[in-house]
Design a protein around this ligand. Structure first.
Ligand code: UFG
Length: 323
């Protein structure tokens, strides 16, 4: 049985991953300090509450013995990373290196890392493939790129094998309705639009209508959480099978504008979404779309829920749970 440690397994992506790993027969342990995750989101496996910044916590957990580690415990807000870079460098870089060193000490040599489209910075062409220059324009993107670079060095020096998955926009919810997005504060477009549809928020602010896109709003590549997790599953299989380290871009290859997301939400929910036009948000590129051909070719990844209607419908089922 494959033993997997999921760091940050109580968060949005981690909790879906824990469920998938358990369903596919792995023995899963979650390590999470619950600073932003939710204990009740960890549906299966063992749960350890602890801070990965604490070497004694890592030592105790890793002595259980694991085949691989998946790491979802990073801070993710671009704006906050500009205001509080120390917080981001400390957690996303220093604490991640601590995790890698603890893995080395315990002889764990497979690592799956949540990287991001933000490592590319302002796109020079679209869709973005793995050859695109990585020139992040904010501390968040730089912290993720630094870990990618450290991982390449750790492979060369210590034989630590890793897969870096560069997410575009993770969205949607567990198709069975058990899990979904619960960020505090929520900053992501789809849950905010749905909260405006449900009346939990008065409106959605559209950050800029003067971009160089067909309707003037920003275009993003939304990938269903289950498809994102299935990419991690394939990455795990490849590392378990002895494959070398790799980095993959992860998206559907289709961009949708903010306005198209709002239109889709109105169609799916049958409700009106109140909209307020707001100024551009600093650091938002007009268009971020993935070329995910490499992971399709090398790992056979195929999204199951590539259409935006399904992504929004699953997010809506979660958002309106209990109503
Ligand atoms: N947007 C709005 N109004 C809102 C929220 C978002 O118009 O209230 C717009 C944004 O300007 C952007 C799009 O909706 O154009 C998507 O915004 P999100 O905040 O949902 O997602 P981002 O593309 O900004 O962020 C995603 C990940 C981040 C990661 C970033 C990398 O969620 O963690 O990609 O580029 F850092």
């Amino acid at each position: 049985m494959t033993m997997v440690l999921v760091v940050g397994g109580a968060g949005y992506i981690g909790s879906h991953m824990v469920k998938m790993l358990d369903q596919r027969g792995c023995s899963v342990t979650t390590l999470d300090d619950l600073s932003s995750g939710h204990r009740d989101a960890v549906l299966c496996g063992d749960f350890v509450q602890g801070d990965m910044a604490d070497p004694s916590v890592l030592d105790a957990v890793l002595s259980r013995g694991f085949d691989a580690v998946m790491h979802f415990a990073s801070f993710i807000q671009v704006g906050e990373s500009v205001q509080q870079p120390a917080k981001y460098y400390q957690n996303n870089v220093v604490n991640t290196l601590g995790l890698l060193d603890a893995m080395r000490a315990h002889g764990v040599s497979r690592f799956i890392f949540s990287s991001t489209a933000a490592t590319f910075g302002e796109p020079q062409y679209s869709p973005i493939d793995e050859q695109h220059p990585q020139q992040p324009i904010n501390p968040y993107g730089r912290t993720k790129l630094m870990v990618e670079q450290a991982l390449a060095d750790y492979d060369r020096a210590y034989g630590l094998k890793s897969v870096c998955l560069r997410y575009f926009n993770a969205a949607g919810a567990d198709p069975e309705g058990q899990l979904g997005e619960r960020h505090e504060p929520e900053t992501h477009l789809i849950p905010l639009v749905l909260q405006a549809a449900s009346g939990r928020r008065p409106h959605i602010g559209v950050f800029g209508r003067d971009y160089d896109t067909p309707d003037g709003t920003c275009i993003r590549d939304y990938i269903h959480i289950e498809d994102l997790c299935s990419a991690h599953w394939l990455a795990l299989q490849s590392l378990m099978g002895g494959a070398g380290s790799q980095a993959y871009n992860l998206g559907n290859g289709h961009g949708f504008s903010v306005q198209e997301v709002i239109d889709t939400a109105e169609r799916v929910t049958g409700r009106k979404v109140p909209v307020v036009n707001e100024p551009r948000r600093a650091g938002d590129p007009a268009r971020l779309v993935a070329d995910a051909s490499l992971i399709r070719q090398q790992l056979g990844w195929q999204p199951k829920f590539a259409d935006l209607d399904t992504i929004v419908a699953h997010a809506w089922a979660w958002e309106s749970r209990g109503c």
